[in-house]
Write a protein that binds this ligand. Structure first.
Ligand code: KG4
Ligand code: ZN
Length: 379
């Protein structure tokens, strides 16, 4: 039996966890920085790095204390070494190096994306390689064939925004604050997804990739149209009732946008329509990957957006269509956490990385994947 201390600090969560090879999360602590970033409407890297520096040592101490353990009881120290906001990554990695050096325990440098990719195996002991993984987070949107630990074949990625980023931008447009994804999901429950006509970029495309930038632009136009209507309604009394609101002044992707909605709609309707459009894209792209000649053991989703119930429900139905089991980690394992980093350390137990391992701002899971078209590619 092995036990690994994991440290996560790649974005705005400082986290530490102890996980053993029996898949038990022995202890874990997460310090969210939401309050520190909220006034800015997004994560400010410098604020994040400083917060990680203040919190990481007490957090590790508290996690060990929760378990009644010391470093002498752990077999390795695993830390996120990238990709992510480099200041934060360096804080967590340097802390892990110091602990490894002081305790004489091996350091295991973990790719944060691998943490997400393997997290479903922490929760589900039956999940075997190879599985088809939809990895949807704030910085990434990829379809990967997970063939084994360290063996990832990227089948598709986004050519512009990540899915979580599209949720966050939609939240900002709708004035929902930060963090955006859960707020959009909550508001979408109150809305009608048929009310606002939005594009589904790359739906049916022969290339395997995702695109969400056009969808986000259409959300912005729908919100602007709503604002104009509300402004004219408040100046002209209630006479505006029955006015049509063009959801799209012009189609974003010629041929993909359908006719503008003629019915008035609410912010909740925009949230619901956005969420459905995004899910339609995700399902279309994932169906394409499943239809290719691979034989995965399961359809798996991981990353922050995997916490979204509508996304999970749609993927579960898709898996059933292909006669595959559907595996999604519990919600707490979807968004950033250290248990997934410690688990990746368990999967790599026996390996050790040098203490001069450099933090990596970019670190693709599949280094052989071909570059994709698009300006802001985050492959
Ligand atoms: O994996 P994660 O915690 O951090 C990254 O590695 O990026 O993912 C964070 C992303 C954010 O964009 C957040 O808005 C999104 O996941 N997210 C959600 C939900 N919960 C988190 N998006 C949609 N619905 C949710 N319930
Ligand atoms: Zn993440």
């Amino acid at each position: 039996m092995g036990i690994v201390l994991g440290i996560e600090s790649s974005c705005d969560e400082t986290a530490a966890a102890l996980v053993d090879s029996e898949r038990r999360v022995v202890a874990q602590r997460i310090a969210s920085q939401d309050d520190a970033h909220r006034p800015y409407g997004g994560v400010v890297p410098e604020i994040a790095a400083r917060a990680h520096a203040e919190r990481v040592t007490p957090l590790v101490q508290a996690t060990l204390a929760d378990a009644g353990m010391t470093l002498a009881d752990v077999d390795a120290i695993a830390a996120t070494a990238g990709p992510g906001l480099i200041g934060g990554v360096m804080v967590g990695l340097v802390s892990a190096k110091a602990l490894a050096m002081a305790s004489g325990k091996p350091l295991i440098a973990i790719n944060h994306l691998e943490g997400h990719a393997l997290s479903p195996r922490l929760a589900d002991s039956a999940l075997q390689f190879p599985y088809l993984l939809l990895l949807v987070s704030g910085g990434h949107c990829q379809i990967l064939l997970v063939e084994g630990v360290g063996r990832y074949k990227r089948l598709g990625t986004t050519i512009d925004d990540a899915l979580g980023e599209a949720f966050d931008k939609t939240a900002k447009i709708l004035g929902l604050g930060f963090p955006g994804g859960p707020a959009v999901e909550r508001l979408a429950r109150e809305g009608d997804a048929r009310k606002v006509s939005l594009p589904r970029p790359l739906l049916g495309s022969s290339e395997p990739h995702f695109s969400f930038a056009g969808l986000k632009s259409a959300v912005l136009r729908a919100k602007e149209a709503l604002d104009r209507l509300e402004a004219s309604t408040s100046s002209a009394g209630a006479e505006a009732e029955g006015h049509s609101i063009p959801a799209q002044a012009e189609p974003v992707e010629p041929g993909l946008a359908s006719a503008p909605s003629t019915a008035p709609y609410s912010r909740a309707d925009i949230a619901a329509s956005f969420q459905l459009a995004a899910i339609d894209c995700v399902i279309d792209r994932t169906r394409k990957a499943l239809s290719a000649s691979i034989k995965p053991t399961a359809l798996v989703v991981a990353g922050g957006v995997a916490a979204n119930q509508a996304v999970r429900g749609a993927l579960e139905a898709l898996a059933a269509e292909f006669g595959l089991p559907f595996v999604a980690p519990p919600l707490a394992l979807c968004t950033d956490n250290a248990a997934m980093i410690a688990w990746a350390g368990i999967e790599r137990l026996g390996q050790s990385d040098p203490l001069d391992f450099a933090a990596r701002p970019r670190w693709p899971l599949d280094s052989d994947a071909a570059p994709v078209r698009g300006a802001g590619v985050k492959a």
